[in-house]
Design a protein around this ligand. Structure first.
Ligand code: NAD
Ligand code: ZN
Length: 251
């Protein structure tokens, strides 16, 4: 059998035989839904300077930061839909295979696809938070024509409720993610460059606890040669349905 099919079959067998899978996703899984990732081919950092998402920059230059944020995250986020990769993962959860899905994404697509145990390590762009009075608003209800948007109640600055560079991880998601990574027997790493800390430590926790590691990416990451057991190179939206077909074929 060709090498690719051998790897796919091995991965399908591991997935079929596990009911304690922890999934760890990054921006790559949403690329085929039309949301560009930060790094890799077509990544946003080829067009924007990452400092626009640093909390210090946001607080001193909210208008400049918001202009980029609106273009990247809000102009089209509400029109995008889950792709086959998100859908296969939701199916595997309802089949009782997945015990937790940790995502670094803020696009809400896993929940839209039907995944329930989703731990949003970097928050979500669906809500905006007032930095003065702490009220939060659905982002769809806020007019983003005038930037920066201000709190209708107290005129404080509104910030997307996702984690900026330099901010802490939401404590509940952090705790749930550590638990999910420590208790799985198989981790699927999908579409992440593994460059953003502390999220990038989670696969190492799984590995230390003897989980097998399957990685799906379009190009190798820092995990590929270090902790990955089976590396599947390609698009998540194609490989996950292929794996699903292989699993169902032999059932
Ligand atoms: P990243 O942008 O650093 O890396 C994306 C990775 O996905 C790369 O390794 C790339 O090779 C891979 N990739 C690209 N297309 C793919 C595909 N079709 N199938 C499989 N893999 C593919 O992403 P990251 O590691 O998640 O870190 C970036 C941070 O940026 C995250 O914290 C996330 O919050 C944020 N972000 C989120 C979104 C989103 O919510 N969709 C989009 C951009 C950035
Ligand atoms: Zn307010």
């Amino acid at each position: 059998m060709e090498h690719r099919l051998v790897n796919l079959t091995k991965a399908a067998n591991l997935i079929r035989n596990s009911n304690k899978i922890c999934v760890f996703t990054g921006a790559g899984i949403s690329a085929e839904s039309g949301i560009p990732p930060f790094r890799g081919e077509g990544g946003l950092w080829n067009r924007y300077d990452p400092h626009i998402l640093e909390i210090g920059y946001f607080l001193t230059k909210p208008k400049e930061s918001w202009e980029a944020i609106r273009t990247i995250f809000y102009d089209f986020f509400h029109q995008v839909a889950p792709n086959p990769a998100h859908k296969v993962l939701a199916q595997w959860e309802s089949d009782g295979k997945i015990t937790g899905l940790i995502t670094q994404n803020i696009d809400n697509l896993h929940a839209q696809a039907g995944s329930v145990k989703v731990y949003e390590f970097h928050g979500n762009c669906d809500r905006l938070l007032c930095l003065d009075c702490n009220k939060s608003y659905p982002s769809l209800s806020v007019d983003l024509k005038e930037l920066p948007p201000l709190c209708p109640d107290c005129f404080g600055l509104l910030k997307p409720d996702f984690v900026f560079f330099g901010e802490g991880i939401p404590p509940l998601a952090y705790q749930q993610s550590i638990e999910a990574a420590s208790s799985c027997d198989l981790m699927l790493i999908i579409g992440t460059s593994g460059e953003v800390a502390p999220a990038n430590h989670l696969p190492h926790i799984a590995k230390r606890n003897k989980a097998s590691i399957i990685e799906i990416n379009r190009e190798p990451s820092p995990y590929t040669k270090t902790i990955t057991d089976i590396y599947l190179e390609g698009k998540a939206g194609e490989l996950l349905p292929e794996l699903n077909d292989l699993i169902n074929l032999n059932n």
